[in-house]
Design a protein around this ligand. Structure first.
Ligand code: SAH
Length: 230
């Protein structure tokens, strides 16, 4: 029955965010705000449950990450996603996190998505156009590009925040190079056993790396390997 459905999509998105707060995944007000602003349902393929806390297939052997992983990464990067800052989302997939980053850094900032499957780039742009980040895309502070994200995106480097949405066997050097001193990268590293690593570039250019948690992501690899099923 209608009144048992949990209300409109936006309400259900809000309920998902509230649940992540109850579970202790999100404690940051800014992360709550951005996840309420960007409706996850606009980013999952039609017919896919949008608000279930699990990754979902998006085609091309890729997945949209689970809401709790999006929340965790947003929270780890929060200080580096302040208005005016530059953010890079490698393996941007559906564009969900790129839209969140763009919303946080605002029109004076820059949010770049890089994704190596051109069809996913096109689909992500359509998703973003339906979302609350549409005006940022139109205004040019948000853009998504087809390319090998292991090379980063030098044009708008250095970045305050870099997020990598696929697991790298080791941290690609171009991404470390494109991190601003004071900047932070969050990247899953490993093959079968993976760690979500937090890479902080210190003001003297050295890097400090720590492991946040064990994770399971699709690999950061070549397009051919991905389309063959790795
Ligand atoms: N954060 C995205 C995650 C998508 S899954 C989301 O939640 O929607 C990881 C993505 O990384 C896939 O879309 C995959 O196509 C992409 N990917 C894997 N290797 C890549 C590479 N070398 N360069 C760019 N994108 C890559």
């Amino acid at each position: 029955m209608e009144h048992h459905s949990g209300g409109s999509g936006t309400n259900k998105n809000k309920q998902m965010v509230e649940q992540l707060q109850r579970y202790g995944v999100i404690s940051s007000k800014k992360v709550v705000e951005v996840m309420e602003t960007i409706d996850r349902a606009l980013f999952v393929p039609d017919g896919t449950p949008a608000y279930v806390d699990s990754p979902m297939a998006i085609g091309y052997n890729a997945t949209i990450s689970a809401p709790h992983m999006h929340a965790t990464c947003l929270q780890l990067l929060e200080e580096n996603l302040q208005p005016g800052m530059h953010a890079l989302d490698v393996g941007s997939g559906t564009g969900y996190l790129t839209a969140c980053f763009a919303t946080m850094v605002g029109p004076q900032g820059r949010a770049i998505g890089v994704e190596h499957i051109p069809e996913l780039v096109a689909a992500s742009i359509k998703n973003i156009e339906k979302s609350a980040a549409a005006s940022l895309l139109k205004g040019g502070s948000l853009s998504v590009h087809a390319g090998d994200g292991r090379e980063g995106w030098p044009e708008h480097a250095p970045y305050d925040a870099i997020h990598v949405g696929a697991a790298a066997p080791e941290i690609p050097q171009p991404l470390i190079d494109q991190l601003k001193p004071g900047g932070r990268m969050v990247i899953p590293v490993g093959k079968i056993f993976q760690d979500l690593q937090v890479v902080d570039k210190n003001l003297d250019g050295s890097v400090s790396i720590r492991s946040e948690t064990a994770v399971r992501y699709v690999p950061l690899t070549s397009r051919d390997a991905q389309l063959k099923g790795y």
